[in-house]
Each structure stands twice: as structure tokens, then as C-alpha cells.
Design a binder for this molecule. Structure first.
Ligand SMILES: NC(=O)c1ccc[n+]([C@@H]2O[C@H](COP(=O)([O-])OP(=O)(O)OC[C@H]3O[C@@H](n4cnc5c(N)ncnc54)[C@H](OP(=O)(O)O)[C@@H]3O)[C@@H](O)[C@H]2O)c1
Length: 227
């Protein structure tokens, strides 16, 4: 998982705002790091709301290298037809549930992307990871948010490393998207523990890399590959 994050843990300026506004303040060296990381992965995944708000391309542009397979979970297959992620720049998988309306799925297939059905009412993330490994040969995947998808991936223990690009700002806002959304925990036994693997400066940005140390219990061991 890799995110650009303010000192107060936020991923964007305010609810509904594109993270591209904050990303303008990343050092060029860090933008290169982001694109190098994309190029080193077989796949990259973001949530459907990030696609609607940021209209991301998710391609490798600043370094030599192949763009990874773009993966978007969208339970109802409601990705806007003009979304950049549906363009021809890289292969794309849209993961949908059995509840997705047929006309939405047909529109996506006509755009030339792969549509996989995993889950009854909602995209089943552990099953999606297995499908990506078995049918698309994905071994390494980068998760680029947003907070809702980050939470669900962590909840299913599908994230093994978190890399943060720290931006020297405080934006505040109690409903401003932060690194991980989802439901609040009830006590400290539910905290997800991390250990610091590395920290370094990339240009003027501090970068920290964390290993995720899941304790006992939890919900699922998920598929083989992790984000
Ligand atoms: N700074 C950064 O690094 C960064 C990176 C990315 C995003 N962002 C920011 O994050 C914000 C968007 O985040 P968000 O939390 O609103 O949305 P999100 O995490 O991007 O997308 C969440 C959506 O994914 C879909 N989804 C499908 N299956 C799912 C599953 N099993 N579990 C979880 N989600 C599933 C759901 O939509 P359906 O119900 O339609 O399936 C859900 O509403 C934007 O402001 C964006 O700019 C920042």
C-alpha cells in the first residue's frame, strides 16, 4: 500500500476533493519513486470512488517501464464511461459483484476492459486476490487507496507493507479522508500493529515504510499475493 499523506494523516484537502491537489506538492524525486513503484508491480488497485473523484490514469509515465494491470473494485460496475482508467493506456480489470446491472457490465466490456465477477452483493476482496493470481498472473500489487478500500484490504489481511510519502501540511477536517476509513475499533486488541522497516528522505519528502504485523484472530487469510 502506498499513499501521500499529510502530517495529520489526511489523504486529500477535504471530503470529495481530488488527491491530485495535494500531489502537486510532492517533490519530483518522490513522484519518480511513485512511478518506479508502479513499474515494479504487476498490478495497481484503487477504489471506485477514487476513480470518480480523481479520474486517475494509474499508468507509469515518469520512468521507463510497463504500466501495471489496473484493478478497480466496483460492486455495481458503475464506473463512468469516460473514466481515464477505461482508456487504452494499460490493461484494466473491473471487479464487480453478482448484483452489478448487466448494462453496466456490457458498457465496460465494450470499452475493452476485463470484468470479473467476485462476490454476491459486494466485491469479495480475498476472492479477487485469488482471481488476480490465478487468471492474470499477479504476484505483487500496489494499493493506492482511498481510505475505504484501504480499510477493507487491511481488515482481510491483504496488505503486508505500507509506504507513506509524508507531506509537510496539516489540513484538518473531521470528515476529511484519512489513511484508513472503515469502522472504528472497540479496544486496543483490535489495533493493527506495524513495525518500521525503513525511513529516508526522497528529495524533500520523508518516506516511511512499515511492515504490517497482524496478530491472532482476524477475518481471513485471503489470497496469496498481498498489496
Ligand atoms: N493521497 C492518496 O494517496 C490518495 C490515494 C487514493 C485516494 N485518495 C483520496 O481518497 C478519496 C476517496 O476515498 P474513499 O474512501 O471515498 O473511496 P475509495 O476507497 O477510493 O473507494 C471505495 C469504493 O470502492 C468500492 N468497493 C467495491 N468493493 C469493495 C470492497 N470489498 N471493499 C471496499 N470498497 C469496495 C465501493 O464502491 P461500490 O459500493 O460502488 O462498490 C466503495 O465505495 C478521494 O478524495 C481521493 O482523492 C487519496
Amino acid at each position: 500500500m502506498m499513499s501521500e499523506i499529510t502530517v495529520d494523516g489526511k489523504l486529500t484537502l477535504k471530503k470529495g476533493a481530488s488527491s491530485k491537489i495535494l500531489m502537486k506538492y510532492m517533490d519530483h524525486a518522490t513522484e519518480i519513486l511513485l512511478h518506479q513503484t508502479r513499474a515494479a508491480c504487476d498490478a495497481i488497485m484503487v477504489g471506485s470512488r477514487t476513480i470518480r473523484i480523481d479520474n486517475s490514469y494509474l499508468t507509469v509515465r515518469l520512468v521507463e517501464g510497463k504500466s501495471p494491470l489496473r484493478v478497480i473494485p466496483s460492486s455495481m460496475a458503475d464506473i463512468p464511461p469516460d473514466a481515464n482508467v477505461l482508456g487504452p493506456d494499460a490493461p484494466t480489470v473491473i471487479a464487480v459483484s453478482k448484483k452489478a446491472p448487466r448494462e453496466n457490465v456490457e458498457m465496460l466490456r465494450e470499452k475493452g476492459v476485463s470484468v470479473v465477477t467476485v462476490g454476491d452483493d459486494r466485491v469479495d476482496l480475498p476472492l479477487l486476490m485469488e482471481t488476480l493470481t490465478d487468471d492474470f498472473g499477479v504476484r505483487t500489487m500496489m494499493l493506492e487507496g482511498g481510505p475505504t478500500l484501504n480499510w477493507h484490504m487491511l481488515h482481510h489481511r491483504l496488505v503486508d507493507e505500507i509506504r507513506l510519502i509524508h507531506l509537510p501540511f496539516i489540513v484538518g477536517g473531521s470528515d476529511t479522508p484519512s489513511l484508513v476509513g472503515g469502522m472504528r475499533i472497540e479496544d486496543e486488541s483490535q489495533m493493527i500493529r506495524l513495525s518500521l522497516a525503513r525511513h529516508y528522505m526522497c528529495g524533500s519528502n520523508l518516506v516511511t515504510e512499515w511492515r504490517v504485523c497482524y496478530g491472532g484472530g482476524g477475518t481471513s487469510s485471503g489470497g496469496e499475493q498481498r498489496a
